[in-house]
Design a protein around this ligand. Structure first.
Ligand code: SF4
Length: 186
């Protein structure tokens, strides 16, 4: 299986191989050079699960955050990134969130984390799907599942359309989605 190998790949992987929850976070970070606390944790853990080293993670977050803050302000964020990798505080090896944990997220107006199929306003979700290049029929299939509360099925339909395949096992973890997606790369 081809895995993550360099930071230069992340923009492409966000388009081809991320589940929508992580694509949304990646896009927001690139655009705003910032994510609120919940988004930073959710995305940083996912990247760790993809195989990003602490050093690459630090470079990635620093490159974005330093576009809107100075070195002193970044110090607090640096601590949290090291914390997530078990290098500060309790030194626990924190694991990427499963979908069930993400679905229970509390989301505020400035947040991009959570599961878009559950937490995103319907018109914004439809815009995201348009941005993914999905046609009207594809969008309506996913929107119906999302509105019916079938979040895992909506995510699976997103995967099937993205990969032009049939997938009979629903994803319960964003990193499993990513790992399965990478099998489609040659
Ligand atoms: Fe992400 Fe899981 Fe929601 Fe899919 S179902 S978008 S992997 S949180």
């Amino acid at each position: 299986m081809q895995q993550y190998t360099s930071l230069n790949q992340l923009d492409e992987l966000a388009e081809t191989s991320y589940p929508l929850c992580m694509r949304v976070l990646h896009k927001a970070l690139r655009k705003n050079h910032h994510l609120t606390h919940g988004g930073r944790i959710q995305y940083c853990l996912f990247l760790k699960g993809m195989g990003l080293s602490l050093s690459d993670a630090m470079t990635f977050w620093k490159d974005e955050f330093m576009k809107i803050m100075d070195d002193t302000a970044f110090k607090e964020y640096k601590y949290y990134i090291r914390f997530i990798f078990g290098k500060e505080g309790s030194h626990r090896d924190y694991q990427p969130y499963k979908c069930l944990r993400i679905l229970k997220s509390i989301i505020g107006p400035r947040d991009y984390h959570g599961c878009p199929f559950k937490h995103m306003l319907h018109d914004i979700l439809e815009d995201e799907l348009t941005d993914c290049g999905f046609n009207a029929l594809e969008r309506s299939e996913i929107m119906k599942l999302s509105k019916d509360g079938q979040y895992f099925a909506a995510c699976n339909k997103y995967y099937e359309i993205k990969h032009d395949c049939f997938n009979d096992t629903l994803f319960e973890h964003p990193n499993i989605y990513f790992n399965e997606s990478m099998k489609h790369r040659t």
